[in-house]
Design a protein around this ligand. Structure first.
Ligand code: GLU
Length: 288
């Protein structure tokens, strides 16, 4: 049956991605501790069910900017300022995560990646071994891009893509993108009231890829529907289901894991000929 999500309950290795705008108060840009707490509690609860769990989190640059009182969008800032902000914000973000994970008696670790982690075989193998060892230890890895050293040439560029890359590298069977929208619509629902919600995508064809629009309407993250559909292509081709769901209530995570019908499900469709590096190159070229 098309909308039967009961198989989601059996997923064993799950990557959850949360965007900057979902972690902070819109009015001030400060961290929303209640949402962070719920997120961490949900992840620990999945871990307590014996599942392997990874968190891909944004927010480093936004929190860094906040710490040194720069404007939130920072479009006019030179790249070095962005990288300095990432260095400040990543440490602060991890400090907060570590504190909350510790409250739930859960050990967490940090993994920072760049394109090298995908393209360079030795780098990739090392990262994969690290993930495997952390899972064996019962640890939850927290992943972000290494924005402090990742210049345009070696960046993955956005955390939707990064989370799908992680899902592919560790052979996860589910990727959940927590976002500020309910999932995929046939058009931008903020601009077009006729837009229809899509519950399930069985095949991610080119016409669907074109449905992606450039922006989420938030000015803190770098993801839009386009990057989410790119992530879906990576995840599903690598054998993982992917769900886009609204982060307005983060308890949606356990509802999804109960097999209930939330968000848009992109059904896994393993493609042995899929090349992650080639796909990332093509995306990179399109972004310019
Ligand atoms: N890596 C960036 C950060 O942590 C965010 C990228 C994104 O939101 O897609 O600030």
């Amino acid at each position: 049956m098309k909308n039967d999500r009961s198989a989601i309950r059996d997923k064993q290795r799950i990557v959850v991605k949360i965007g900057s705008s979902s972690l902070q108060h819109a009015q001030t840009g400060d961290l929303d501790y209640i949402r962070l707490d719920v997120l961490v509690r949900e992840l620990c609860n999945l871990r307590n069910q014996g599942k392997d769990v990874v968190l891909v989190t944004s927010g480093a640059i936004a929190q860094g900017r906040k710490a040194v009182h720069l404007k939130p969008d920072g479009k006019e800032n030179p790249i070095a300022v962005k990288q300095a902000c990432a260095a400040i914000g990543q440490a602060r973000l991890m400090m907060t995560y570590q504190k909350i994970f510790a409250e739930y008696n859960q050990v967490a670790a940090q993994i920072l990646m760049t394109r090298h982690t995908v393209d360079d075989e030795m780098n990739r193998t090392n990262a994969q071994n690290t993930f495997e060892e952390l899972f064996r230890m019962g640890v939850i890895p927290i992943v972000n891009e290494n924005d402090t050293v990742a210049t345009h040439e070696i960046e993955i560029g956005d955390n939707d893509t990064l989370s799908a890359v992680v899902a592919s590298m560790i052979r996860a069977d589910l990727l959940i993108l927590l976002s500020d929208i309910d999932g995929l619509y046939t058009d931008d629902p903020r601009a077009n009231p006729e837009a229809v919600f899509v519950e399930t995508v069985e095949h991610l064809d080119d016409s669907l890829m074109r449905m992606g629009k450039g922006s989420t309407g938030s000015n803190v993250g770098t993801g839009g529907m386009y990057t989410k559909l790119g992530a879906a292509r990576i995840a599903t081709s690598s054998g993982a289901d992917m769900i886009i769901a609204n982060s307005s209530d983060i308890r949606i995570l356990h509802r999804i894991m109960d097999g209930r019908n939330f968000g848009t499900l992109f059904v896994a469709n393993r493609d042995e000929s899929f090349s992650l590096s080639a796909f990332l190159n093509a995306m990179h070229e399109q972004k310019g």
